[in-house]
Design a binder for this molecule. Structure first.
Ligand code: NAD
Length: 265
């Protein structure tokens, strides 16, 4: 299979200033797309836009809070002004608070839901007309293994399960428009979100993942580019795990390790 190509394509990546989003944005730009990188962190996203342009790539940076409908209206107007519609929307922005249910305040719950769920709902709703203009087109929503199994953070878990359902429902609604909608479900990825986790988090996660390691952001970006490309032309409403075997057998893997430790005592 040849590398997906995005020459003359217009792509928008949310949460693109850093972490997974920045790697996805760079990969689309290298593949020939005009990338609209959008993020709440205005200075960081503008710096990324400049650095991509300095490399001779096509990139425009935008300040966007995905939870703010007025911000989406501005972003869509700016992409529309560039004149090529929108071939791909990657709803990547996401946050996590890492708190158990009893320590989660209503405002924390609301913020996680508004960024992780409403942010994707608004993105799909406001970008639909641009995606129709460019059809066949594609949306890739970034969920998590926390949208397949449970994470010990109920607001994050509920939000990522919601992304999975929202994706399937949108896939049905948009199929007549020739817009494919799929979700990706990574396990731990080496990004600032993971590096900010409490001590021991990465080691404990590695012990649960049969492949014994976190993903590199480019390994997840590969799948996003695939889902956005014509190579995935018959895929819509799919949930694609990229998790080193975690959801397939993380429990059996951990049991085997603990059992071996017990036997060696
Ligand atoms: P990150 O924190 O490293 O980067 C997230 C980016 O999103 C940042 O640039 C941030 O400024 C931006 N952002 C946050 N809130 C925003 C908002 N309201 N509007 C616009 N931009 C906003 O996180 P990451 O690890 O790169 O995560 C990217 C996506 O991958 C998220 O949806 C996350 O839930 C998902 N994910 C991450 C992991 C992991 O282990 N890192 C695993 C599975 C899924």
């Amino acid at each position: 299979m040849t590398e997906p190509k995005f020459r003359n394509k217009s792509v928008c990546v949310t949460g693109g200033a850093r972490g997974l989003g920045a790697v996805i944005a760079r990969r689309f730009a290298i593949a020939g797309a005009h990338v609209h990188v959008a993020d709440l962190l205005d200075e960081e996203v503008q710096a990324l836009g400049r650095s991509l342009r300095d490399e001779g790539l096509l990139a425009t940076a935008h300040r966007l809070d995905v939870a703010d409908e007025a911000d989406w209206e501005k972003l869509v107007a700016a992409i529309d002004a560039a004149g090529a519609g929108l071939d791909v929307l990657v709803n990547n922005a996401g946050i996590i608070i890492r708190k158990p249910l009893m320590q989660t305040s209503k405002s924390e719950w609301d913020r996680v839901m508004s960024v992780n769920v409403a942010g994707i709902f608004l993105g799909m709703k406001h970008c639909r007309s641009l995606l129709v203009e460019a059809a066949p087109s594609a949306i890739v929503n970034v969920s998590s293994t926390a949208g397949i199994i449970a994470h010990d953070d109920p607001s994050y878990t509920a939000s990522k399960w919601a992304v999975r359902g929202l994706t399937k429902s949108a896939a049905l609604e948009f199929s007549a428009d020739r817009i494919r909608v799929n979700s990706i479900h990574p396990a731990m990825i080496a990004t600032p979100l993971t590096f900010a986790a409490p001590e021991g988090h990465m080691e404990a996660n590695r012990a649960m993942i049969p492949m014994g390691r976190e993903a590199r952001p480019d390994e997840i970006a590969n799948i996003v580019l695939f889902l956005a490309s014509d190579h995935a032309s018959f895929m819509t409403g799919s949930e694609v795990t990229a998790d080193g075997g975690l959801t397939t057998g993380g429990v059996a893997h951990a049991r085997k390790r603990v059992q071996t430790e017990i036997q060696q005592r």
